[in-house]
Design a protein around this ligand. Structure first.
Ligand SMILES: *Cc1c(COP(=O)(O)O)cnc(C)c1O
Length: 489
């Protein structure tokens, strides 16, 4: 029998999804650490051993196989000892909706491939741009913050070029983008992809804690103009990836308005504040942006991918429209979202957010984000008060940056960062990240799980301290950390 999902296989689909969800549910019910801790050599061997050229084993067996292969060795973002990157645990309504959109396989590039799907996505875009404070905004779902930032900067580039009376290639070479050194790397990467000059991204000074200094922005814009460059966009970050701090968007918007420059706000991380009952004011001024990146797969607890680019002026999106006779001819009267997107075939990710809002309400999501903000504040206090740890800066969102063993001196501290992270990673018992702040390495916790308690984070910090002490030649034994005991996390 064919394995295509159709009328004739509807019952097979029912039992397959039941079998699959049982396999996954069993894992969620039994996982005791965020990763298996298997070595890369071991994982490589498991992957290489699978015969991809042989005859098929049938779907039930193939699913059983990935239980042992993938689920056994997956990295679990819902586990309270997962505190590395900006990955959230996902809410059930979104996971259920993911199953729906995978089965129907709607593509929201044109109206005739999606019909009501396009209308639902557009309604959500209206909803999200309304939250941001745009009166009649527009936008489109994207694959992630990286794509949203690229798209925004592309639109900004086209708007800037439209105002320059010179050949494109000459004009492009004069364009600059201003952002702090803490802005996401996709800003610099977008500048490369958009063929801007090598020196096109200008680092604006910050306040010493990673937030853009609006006066320094004003000076930088003046300097750029004086040296014959045309500022094409200012990128303010509403939630930097490492420090979790928010550029003063209102003050930056005032400077951008005075210089008539496009303001893009990268709220990939901080977008959860849009629905936060208690912390929405942190985004004050965002309504003055010309474009905004939001990553629902970061702070709206959505499965990857779910992201959007929002624009204040709907006509700005037109710069990316391209017409194909077979798909979206210029004379089409249908609402084809492909006219607004960098992608053609595109997932109906909006369905996940739709079901989430209906199931939990916007406040429900905002409360979850507020909970992780509270947790991060409490963890920061603990780290600051712990003589074995050193807090590096204060977050406005949910990261905690720190170093171990303040008494050991900077060189030992710096060397321990990568070693501690690796020891924990190899144990599979806790996952933390590392980064560099003001030229020095530090450890990073990214807290995005509203079910994680202060006790859970204390357990991670205890492992960090044990690992640091062992690595620095003090007690306890490293083997204890690598093997762990049943009683701990
Ligand atoms: C994560 C992040 C991005 C990139 O988003 P992806 O969804 O990973 O592509 C952009 N900007 C900021 C501030 C981020 O934290």
């Amino acid at each position: 029998m064919s394995e295509v999902l159709s009328r004739s296989t509807a019952d097979l689909y029912r039992s397959l999804i039941a079998q699959t969800s049982t396999v996954v549910a069993d894992r969620f019910a039994s996982v005791t650490r965020p990763a298996s801790g298997a070595s890369r050599a071991e994982l490589q061997r498991l992957v290489d051993d699978v015969d991809l050229d042989g005859a098929g084993v049938g779907t039930p067996d193939a699913i059983r196989e990935i239980d042992e292969l993938f689920l056994e060795h997956a990295v679990w973002f819902h586990h309270p000892a997962y505190a590395a990157h900006l990955n959230c645990p996902v809410v059930l309504p979104a996971v259920a909706a993911e199953a729906v959109l995978a089965a129907v396989n709607t593509s929201v590039d044109t109206y005739d491939q999606s019909a009501i799907g396009t209308l639902m996505e557009r309604r959500l875009i209206d909803w999200a741009s309304g939250l941001a404070g745009f009166d009649h905004g527009d936008g489109v779902f994207t694959s992630g913050g990286t794509q949203s930032n690229l798209h925004a900067l592309f639109l900004a580039r086209e708007a800037a070029l439209a105002g320059i009376d010179a050949p494109r290639s000459t004009a492009i070479a004069s364009l600059v983008v201003l952002a702090t050194a803490s802005s996401h790397f996709s800003v610099a990467k977008s500048a490369l992809l958009l063929a801007l000059a090598d020196d096109a991204v200008i680092a604006v000074e910050d306040d010493g804690e990673g937030r853009m200094d609006a006066d320094a922005l004003d000076s930088a814009l003046r300097r750029a103009a004086a040296s014959g460059r045309l500022p094409m966009a200012v990128v303010a970050t509403a939630g930097t990836t490492d420090r979790g701090v928010i550029d003063p968007v209102g003050a930056i918007a005032a400077v951008c308005d005075a210089h008539d420059v496009w303001l893009h706000v990268d709220a990939a991380y901080g977008c959860g504040l849009l629905v936060s009952p208690r912390h929405r004011p942190l985004l004050a001024g965002i309504e003055r942006a010309r474009s905004i990146t939001v990553d629902f797969h970061k702070s709206f607890f959505q499965p990857v991918s779910s992201s959007a680019l929002l624009v204040r002026e709907p006509r700005d999106l037109a710069a990316g429209a391209w017409h194909a006779d077979y798909l979206n001819p210029a004379d089409s009267e249908e609402p084809n979202q492909v006219d607004k997107s960098l992608q053609t075939t595109r997932r109906f990710d909006a369905l996940k957010l739709w079901v989430t809002l209906r199931a939990l309400g916007a406040d429900g999501i905002g409360d979850m984000f507020d909970t992780v903000l509270d947790l991060a504040a409490a963890v920061s206090d603990e780290v600051a008060a712990d003589p074995e740890l050193e807090l590096v800066g204060r977050t406005q969102l949910s990261t905690v940056l720190f170093r171990v063993l303040p008494g050991a001196g900077p060189e030992v501290q710096d060397a321990l960062v990568a070693q501690v992270r690796r020891v924990l990673f190899e144990s599979g018992r806790a996952l933390v990240a590392k980064t560099v702040i003001d030229g020095r390495p530090c450890l990073k916790l990214t807290l995005l799980n509203p079910e994680t308690t202060l006790e859970d984070v204390r357990a991670i910090l205890a492992m960090v301290k044990d690992a640091a002490a062992a690595l620095a030649g003090m007690d306890p034994d490293l083997d204890d950390i690598l093997v762990g005991s049943e009683a701990s996390v």
